[in-house]
Design a protein. Structure first.
Length: 87
């Protein structure tokens, strides 16, 4: 599912799947989950690259993977609240 209408409804995302089913979820939670998923995919791609790279590049990729894992862990544990001053 992908978000198409965050701003129109305010504080919620209207998600539509590939066959047209719609689901309404919290805007903050949806985008937090989407960010975590994207980081997971980036880690997976870097791991695939690492297995094919030379030793120097592997070391750099492992460090990048570790950094992404730390960001992912932090994001998973953070409580995201709405900025009430945003217009």
């Amino acid at each position: 599912m992908r978000c198409e209408e965050c701003e129109e409804y305010g504080n919620v995302c209207v998600l539509t799947d590939n066959i047209g089913n719609r689901n309404i979820v919290s805007e903050l939670e949806y985008h937090k989950s989407a960010a975590i998923h994207s980081i997971d995919e980036a880690i997976e791609h870097l791991m695939n690259l690492s297995s094919k790279a030379d030793k120097t590049t592997q070391t750099s990729l492992v460090l990048a993977i570790q950094d992404l894992m730390h960001v992912n862990g932090w994001l998973s544990g953070v409580n995201i609240t709405k900025n009430e001053t945003r217009k």
